[in-house]
Design a protein around this ligand. Structure first.
Ligand SMILES: [Zn+2]
Length: 242
């Protein structure tokens, strides 16, 4: 608009318009894809601490066989974690949601459907999708979820509006394990080892076979380097439930 107004008085090259449009679109795309940019809504991506504390988070479950394997390892080392669950998968595996809760882990909302077009849903449909997940978790463990992690880490105006309407605290991550793409155990462990930082929030997926295979070694490696695990809500000093 400003450019069009200015054009009444001075000559503005068509390339300048094109450049402005491209730059705006690039900025919007960055804001949508970079979960920690906080472009559309506030997203917490790490804890602020000078201590060697890290926090584990697991997305996309619960998975019928891999989630129990992961819970067994967490139990072995007494590491309390956060699980950002998908509503329809929680409904199929209520016993795993109950187990997470009973064993001292917290549960967050990672949408009801994890639909691949989730980010193109209307505001109303996104709010309904998220509410459906909350209801499923509430029915199983009688707790009202406060934490939300956007599917694919994407935020946009519709997701931000649903987040505001439902009052969630939005959680991102500071270290993406890339367990959905790296299938070599040693490569994955080496990469994670290089990137451990104080206050780090680590993103894993509890429906990935490789994650269940490396978790034991990863926890040992972090402990050997004097990192301590703290549950997400304790690291961030926030409430996991209403
Ligand atoms: Zn996901």
């Amino acid at each position: 608009m400003l450019l069009l107004l200015a054009d009444q008085f001075i000559f503005i090259s068509a390339w300048f318009y094109i450049g402005t449009v491209i730059a705006t679109l690039a900025l919007l795309a960055y804001g949508s894809a970079a979960v920690c940019s906080g472009f559309y809504c506030r997203v917490i991506c790490s804890g602020s601490t000078s201590e060697r504390i890290i926090s584990l988070t697991f997305d996309d479950g619960p998975h019928e066989t891999l989630t129990p394997a992961i819970l067994d390892i967490l139990n072995k080392y007494d590491v309390k974690s956060a699980f950002f669950c998908v509503g329809n998968r929680a409904a199929e595996n209520p016993h795993l949601i109950m187990r997470m809760d009973k064993e001292g882990h917290i549960i967050g909302n990672h949408s009801g459907s994890h639909h691949f077009l989730f980010d193109l849903f209307s505001r109303k449909k996104i709010a309904e999708d998220l509410e459906e997940n909350d209801k499923i978790i509430d029915r199983i463990i009688n707790k009202k979820v406060s934490l939300f992690r956007p599917p694919y880490g994407v935020t946009n105006p519709a997701v931000a509006a649903a987040v505001r309407a439902r009052g969630y605290t939005v959680i991102g991550w500071s270290l993406k394990s890339r367990d959905t793409v790296i299938k070599n155990e040693n490569l994955l462990l080496e990469r994670l080892g290089q990137k451990l930082k104080n206050g780090g929030i680590i993103l894993f997926h509890d429906n990935m076979d490789v994650t269940a295979r490396i978790l034991d070694r990863f926890i040992q490696h972090a402990a050997e380097r004097n990192f301590r695990f703290e549950r997400l809500d304790h690291l961030l000093k926030i409430n996991a439930y209403e």
